[in-house]
Design a binder for this molecule. Sequence first.
Ligand code: PRX
Length: 677
Amino acid sequence: MLMLRKKMARSYKNFSTDFVILSFISLAFTPSEASNHKFKSKMSNYHIKNLEEYFQVYRKSVRDPETFWEEIAEENFVWRKRWDSVLKYDLEKPEVKWFEGAKLNITENCIDRHLYTRGDKTAIIFEPNDPSEKAEHISYRNLHERVCRFANVLKDHGIKKGDRVCIYVPMIPELAVSILACARIGAIHSVVFAGFSSKALSTRINDCDCKMVITSDGSFRGNKTIDLKGIVDEALESCDGVKTVLVAKRINSEIYMKVNRDKWLQPLLDEAFHDCVPEIMDAEDPLFILYTSGSTGKPKGMVHTTAGYMVYCAYTFKNVFQYREDDVYWCTADIGWITGHSYIVYGPLANGATTLMFEGVPSYPDFGRFWQVIEKHKVSQFYTAPTAIRALAKERLDFSDKYDLTSLKILGSVGEPINEEAWHWYNDNIGKKNCPIVDTWWQTETGGIMISPIPYSTPTIPTYATLPLPGIQPALMDEEGNELKGNLVDGRLCIKFPWPAMARTIWDDHKRYKETYFSAYKNYYFTGDGALRDSTGYYRITGRVDDVIIVSGHNLGTAPIEDAINEHPAVAESAVVGFPHDIKGNALYGYVIIKDTGESRDRDNLRKEINQIIADHIGPIAKLDKIQFVSGLPKTRSGKIMRRILRKIAEGDTSNLGDTSTLLNPEVVQEVIDNVL
Ligand code: PRX
């Protein structure tokens, strides 16, 4: 510990002293007009301000997790009824319950309680795709009204507590508003990223039996427009359970509206009542479902529940971004992913923050767009993905140099390991060596950030996510299932104690939840990632150890992609692996065996058709960069494809393929190497 501190003290000198003295800004907690409970305004562990405090708070959170979280929950949120127990858990079942017995509504915490003190403060800044279109500032008061109206529209269409509502909406205010409207009435939202295909959408709608879909007539993305409603129509051909489709107007295109099913949203909102009494939820009632790819099978509908998720997102937002009252915070993720749920919507709003929603892309109208938005809105915290940083780092520096970035205080990174070069570019050119970079490691399943520096407290080192946040107990395991104690170890990353925002189950498949996360190591949550702990106790995430590939920060399972490829009538079998890519981090490499029909086929056409099928089944993000046609795939004698070998070949490293002689078909290895692309 002493060593760590010494090292930290050394690294800390790299930071400007401005960061050392930060004023303590407490949250002004205001009860909802509708809420009649009492609460305290004392602050304790909620806001960590220096390294000393971090260690103190962390130790407390490990020694006595229940008291630690209880104090945070008690002092910083509004509850309709207090909990009977802070935590009950059994990781063998597995079953985890936080704040059981408590009653609340998350929208009271994210909106209503701010109305007295921050009613006119901007809750959401909407920055449109086209920079010439005016940005919209939605105040907390206006957000309250919009959410209430929307909630009443949902109710008018028969949506009630526990019903699932699919939200397939681009990054426009209606996306955040519809999420909050569902939460207002206790409906479970299932947001599907509006870049997914109709097949991916229908699978997700059917998996959790959504009654309603909320969408828009289309979306803008750079210089393209996308016909979202057309995709919804196609998806709904195979979704009988959907009775209503609410359509927001965004691109003003002529679209097909199915009678009795499809309704324009705006006239309904205009007529709806402007207030809506919140549904009072149990702490463990589901708040939302969000799908994530697994290494096998269909996507997993991760279920997040209300109280624990709220407490954890709010707490981590406050600390990781050191949010202060007048800051403008911007996370560039799409709300269709967990990052957007937790750190565009719930975490910031629970802290009364101003959160920016950006509709566009970093390259439109040119590669200076992010930096222009930062200057325009005086953004203080900027949170993005390494893939975006790498793409922008390739462009001329005058794209960033011409903008005033002095409002920035903290930079964040999420979604995949950030390589050293990208880290330095970000630090030097965007942060001007003045902004701590928080490399935040977490997952859809974890609900919130798990390992991350706390700015002004934790000295940062490129490529290290550094230290666990309070309440998080990481463990590294060897292949035999033993926990690796001490420092300077490298293993599989697990978490050995429950935290409030952990997903509680997979929708309709608790068995799979147990198998995927709690079976590899008894009584540990297994993340699927590898990590090392250095001599000071810092964590560095080394990447996935399963068949999930992170492409441009998106989590893609190989199995669903292979299933899509195999649908092509000419394909006999396929295997997909990742290989390093300058911008995307990883790209996809497919090995494909074509059926022997005696016919000759144009290989380039076949490649296009295969990628089209993948785009139709999953979405364009899962397209393969390279497709190699092979006569066989290396397999073990039990018939398992040797992905490790295929991965090495795709990476161009054939020096250490191991003993291939025991394979079922060792001869194909050389053929694959000879024809590598
Ligand atoms: O492999 C890790 C990687 O992204 C995975 C989780 O992906 P997803 O559920 O889509 O959530 C992404 C946003 C939270 C992890 O298992 N990952 C995420 N953040 C980092 C990371 N890998 C390294 N460093 C990170 N900071």
